[in-house]
Design a binder for this molecule. Structure first.
Ligand code: UD1
Ligand code: CA
Length: 457
C-alpha cells in the first residue's frame, strides 16, 4: 500500500445556501457536513489530512479541531486553486492523495477505501469516483471516449447540450498520484464559464500527458449527494437519518416509527431499548439497554443508564441513572444528575440538581441548584426558592427527608437527615435531622361566621 493522504475542500461560502452559516458547517443529523467527512476519513489509514479553509476559516477550524491540519485559501478561486493551497505540505510527498469535498456528507469510509484500492490496483495517476444520477443537473459530467475510457470532466455550466445528456457525474471525490496532482495543477487555467480554477481539469491534463486516468463508479448515487442548497440539505438529512435509524435497529433497538424518530449521528443506544414516535435524540447522548424513550421526548447531550423510562419529556446536558422514571411532561435542565430508581413526575422541572437514589418528585415541582439525598420525597407543588433576583443559592436536602406538599425551601437552606417539613411551609432556616418543621400560620376556625354574614341573613 502506498502512503495515503487526504485533502478536504471546505473554503467555499456556499452562496446557494443563502445563509449566515458557512455551508460546510450546516448540520446533517446534528453534525456539520464537513465533520461527517472528517469522521469517515479518520477511519482510514491516512498519513496526513489537510482541510482547506477560507470562508469562516476560524469557525470551521474550531469545529473540526485537531483532527486535521489546515491551509488557508484566502480567495476562493476554484477547487483546483483550493487543492493548490496544500502544496507546501504535500507536493513533495510520494503516495496517493484523496480529495473530498466538505459538502458531500454522506460519503462512507468503505467507499473511499474501495476508491483507494481501485486506484492503486490500476496504477492510475487519477481515479475519479463517479455515479449515475437520475438528475445530473449541476454536477460535472464524465466524458468518455468510444472505448469507454474517461477523457475529461466538463462542468454543467460549460457543457454542450449533448454533454448535458450524460448521466454519469463527478462526485467530487478523487484519488491522485500525489506528485502528478500538484504538477498538473500548475497547468490548470480559469478559462471557463465561472472563471475558476477547476480541479476536474486535472483529469484531461493527465490524460493528455499519457497518464493512466480511471473512474470508479459507485452503485449508490445517494452516498455522493453534493449539498449546494437547502433542498439538497433536506435530502441529505433524509438519507442520513435512514442510515442512522437502520444502524440502531440492526443493533437491537426498536424504533416503533423510524420515520418520526430523529437520532443524531453520535448518539449511542443499547439493545432492547424502545424508542416511541416523535422522539429527538441529539448531541453526545448515550442511552443504555431496556429503556423506553418517548413518545414525544427531546434528549440532548445526556447519559442515561439502563431500564429507564422517559415519556413526553425534555432532558438536556444531564446524567440520568438506571431504573429512573421520568414524565410525562418533565423537564430536566442542564447539569442535573438524576441517580438510579428516581421518579420525576408530571410537570416537574429539575435544574443543576443532584437527585439521590430512590428519591421522588412526583408532581408539579421546581428543584434547582439543589443537592437531594437518597429516598427523599418531595411533595406535590414543592419548590426550591433558589434565586433572590441577583444570585442563586443552594438547597440541601439530606437522605430520607419528607417535604410536605406545597412547601417553599428558601435557599440557602439545609434540611437534615430524616426531617419532615409540614405541608404548606415556607422554610427559611435550616431544619435539624429528624425534626418536624412547621412554618405556616396556624389555622383558626370561626364557628358560624358564614351564617352570620349580612348577605346570608
Ligand atoms: C464540484 C465539481 C463538480 C462535481 C461536484 C460534486 C468543480 C469545479 N466542480 O462542483 O464537477 O460534480 O463538485 O459535488 O470542482 N471549494 C473551496 N474553494 C473554492 C471553491 C470550492 O474550498 O475556491 C470547496 C467548497 O467549499 C465545496 C467544494 O469545494 O466544499 C466543492 O465546491 P462547490 O462550489 O460546491 O462545487 P460544485 O459546483 O458542487
Ligand atoms: Ca458542491
Amino acid at each position: 500500500m502506498l502512503t495515503r493522504y487526504a485533502i478536504i475542500l471546505a473554503a467555499g461560502k456556499g452562496t446557494r445556501m443563502k445563509s449566515k452559516l458557512y455551508k460546510v458547517l450546516h448540520p446533517v443529523c446534528g453534525k456539520p457536513m464537513v465533520q461527517h467527512v472528517v469522521d469517515q476519513i479518520s477511519q482510514l489509514k491516512i498519513e496526513k489530512i489537510v482541510t482547506v479553509i477560507g470562508h469562516g476559516a476560524e469557525k470551521v477550524k474550531e469545529k473540526i479541531g485537531e483532527q486535521t491540519e489546515y491551509v488557508l485559501q484566502a480567495e476562493q478561486l476554484g477547487t483546483g486553486h483550493a487543492v493548490m493551497q496544500a502544496k507546501d505540505i504535500l507536493s513533495k510527498a510520494s503516495g496517493t492523495t484523496l480529495v473530498v469535498c466538505g459538502d458531500t456528507p454522506l460519503i462512507k469510509a468503505e467507499t473511499m477505501e474501495a476508491l483507494f484500492n481501485h486506484h492503486e490496483e490500476k496504477g492510475a495517476s487519477v481515479t475519479v469516483l463517479t455515479a449515475e444520477a437520475d438528475n445530473p443537473t449541476g454536477y460535472g459530467r464524465i466524458v468518455r471516449n468510444d472505448a469507454g475510457l474517461v477523457e475529461k470532466i466538463v462542468e454543467h455550466k460549460d457543457s454542450t447540450d449533448e454533454e448535458k445528456l450524460i448521466s454519469e457525474i463527478n462526485t467530487g471525490t478523487y484519488c491522485f498520484d500525489n506528485q502528478a496532482l500538484f504538477q498538473a495543477l500548475n497547468h490548470v487555467t480559469n478559462e471557463n464559464a465561472q472563471g475558476e480554477y477547476y480541479l476536474p481539469d486535472v483529469i484531461e491534463i493527465l490524460k493528455n500527458e499519457g497518464k493512466v486516468v480511471t473512474a470508479f463508479k459507485t452503485a449508490d448515487f445517494s452516498e455522493t449527494l453534493g449539498v449546494n442548497d437547502r433542498v439538497a440539505l433536506a435530502e441529505a438529512e433524509q438519507i442520513m437519518k435512514k442510515r442512522i435509524n437502520e444502524q440502531h435497529m440492526r443493533n437491537g433497538v426498536t424504533l416503533v416509527d423510524p420515520l418520526s424518530t430523529y437520532i443524531g449521528a453520535d448518539v449511542e443506544i443499547g439493545s432492547d431499548t424502545i424508542i416511541y414516535p416523535g422522539t429527538v435524540l441529539s448531541g453526545q447522548t448515550t442511552i443504555g439497554s431496556d429503556c423506553e424513550i418517548g413518545p414525544n421526548s427531546e434528549i440532548k447531550d445526556c447519559k442515561i443508564g439502563d431500564a429507564t423510562v422517559i415519556k413526553h419529556s425534555v432532558a438536556h446536558e444531564s446524567q440520568i441513572g438506571s431504573h429512573v422514571n421520568i414524565g410525562p411532561f418533565a423537564h430536566i435542565r442542564p447539569l442535573s444528575h438524576i441517580h438510579d430508581k428516581v421518579k420525576i413526575g408530571n410537570f416537574v422541572e429539575i435544574k443543576k440538581a443532584d437527585f439521590g437514589e430512590g428519591s421522588k418528585a412526583s408532581h408539579l415541582s421546581y428543584i434547582g441548584d439543589a443537592e437531594v439525598g437518597k429516598d427523599v420525597n418531595v411533595g406535590c407543588g414543592s419548590i426550591t426558592v433558589n434565586y433572590d433576583g441577583k444570585n442563586k443559592f443552594l438547597t440541601k436536602i439530606e437522605d430520607g427527608v419528607f417535604i410536605g406538599c406545597n412547601s417553599n425551601l428558601i435557599a440557602p437552606v439545609q434540611i437534615g437527615k430524616g426531617a419532615y417539613v409540614a405541608a404548606g411551609s415556607t422554610i427559611t432556616e435550616d431544619v435539624p435531622g429528624d425534626a418536624l418543621a412547621l412554618a405556616r400560620a396556624r389555622q383558626i376556625n370561626k364557628e358560624d361566621y358564614v351564617k352570620n354574614l349580612d348577605i346570608n341573613k
